[in-house]
Design a binder for this molecule. Structure first.
Ligand SMILES: NC(=O)c1ccc[n+]([C@@H]2O[C@H](COP(=O)([O-])OP(=O)(O)OC[C@H]3O[C@@H](n4cnc5c(N)ncnc54)[C@H](O)[C@@H]3O)[C@@H](O)[C@H]2O)c1
Length: 250
């Protein structure tokens, strides 16, 4: 077991499936009380019932991470149910439609920014009063190797994920003296439903860039995320850790 996870109150956005579910599952296995947050009610019910069957203390909450009222009400419900908020995982995200920048509409740009970047701002802002009051807390956001290297035909997504990395560094410095750590991770291609929806050519082109010659697994992302959230990483803040089979060089 990792130090500092058992008994903690954790929120995982986009926890209904994929990487978010794997993180929720791992946090619950380490003894955390987990609030799974998702927009999709069907996925939410399914993931809540899967984790509850393991004996974990879990609650599923419907919320759109891009809507401030939803986010504030969600964090309030978690604080009321679990008594505190120790861990936030900003995982919910979309890639948006794959296309050249000249074809991207204002609405498509705004949608990616609202979910992938504004959602991270809204949730972090909403949990901070609890963490500041407790004098402790750990925030982990899902960036992407796209946010470091940039991916063609995914300019809005790459830009939003680059923003998540800078957000992480700035906020980490702001709260470092308050007992709160803020980190992010940058996965390359991970085998989830998100990339199954992509054009085959794009999946192939990006998977060819991974020196290990395979896609990552959601559980491999969850291992690093839960380590960074735990007290095992007590001297680590403001970092972006690549989980990418050797693709990223910095
Ligand atoms: N899969 C990859 O290759 C990969 C690589 C790098 C980074 N990431 C990032 O990891 C995160 C999870 O990716 P995934 O592959 O598990 O995706 P996924 O599409 O399988 O799961 C995303 C979850 O987020 C939820 N969601 C979407 N919009 C939401 C909103 N507005 N409010 C609340 N919930 C919302 C979805 O319902 C879904 O359950 C994303 O931020 C993604 O950008 C994924």
């Amino acid at each position: 077991m990792l130090r500092g996870i058992t008994g903690k109150s954790a929120i995982v956005t986009g926890g209904g499936r994929g990487i978010g579910f794997a993180i929720s599952d791992r946090l619950a296995a380490e003894g955390a009380r987990v609030a799974i947050v998702d927009l999709n009610e069907g996925l939410l019910n399914e993931s809540e019932s899967r984790l509850s069957k393991t004996g974990a203390e879990v609650v599923g909450l419907k919320c759109d991470v891009s809507k401030e009222n939803d986010v504030n009400s969600c964090v309030k419900q978690v604080a009321e149910k679990f008594g505190r908020v120790d861990i936030l995982v900003n995982n919910a995200g979309i890639t948006g439609i794959t296309k050249a920048l000249t074809e991207v509409s204002e609405r498509e740009w705004d949608e990616v920014m609202s979910i992938d970047l504004k959602g991270v701002f809204l949730f972090s802002k909403a949990v901070l009063p609890y963490m500041l009051n407790q004098g402790s807390g750990s925030i982990l956001s899902m960036a992407s190797i796209a946010g470091k290297e940039g991916n063609a035909n995914l300019v809005p997504y790459s830009t939003a994920k680059g923003g998540v990395i800078t957000f992480t560094k700035a906020l980490a410095e702001e709260v470092v003296s308050k007992g709160i750590r803020v980190n992010c991770v940058a996965p390359a291609l991970i085998d989830t439903d998100l990339i199954k929806a992509w054009p085959a050519e794009q999946r192939q082109r990006l998977s060819n860039k991974i020196p290990m010659g395979r896609l990552g697994k959601p559980e491999e992302v969850a291992s690093m995320v839960v380590f960074l959230l735990s007290d095992e990483a007590s001297f680590i803040t403001g970092q972006c850790v690549n989980i990418d089979g050797g693709r990223g060089k910095y």
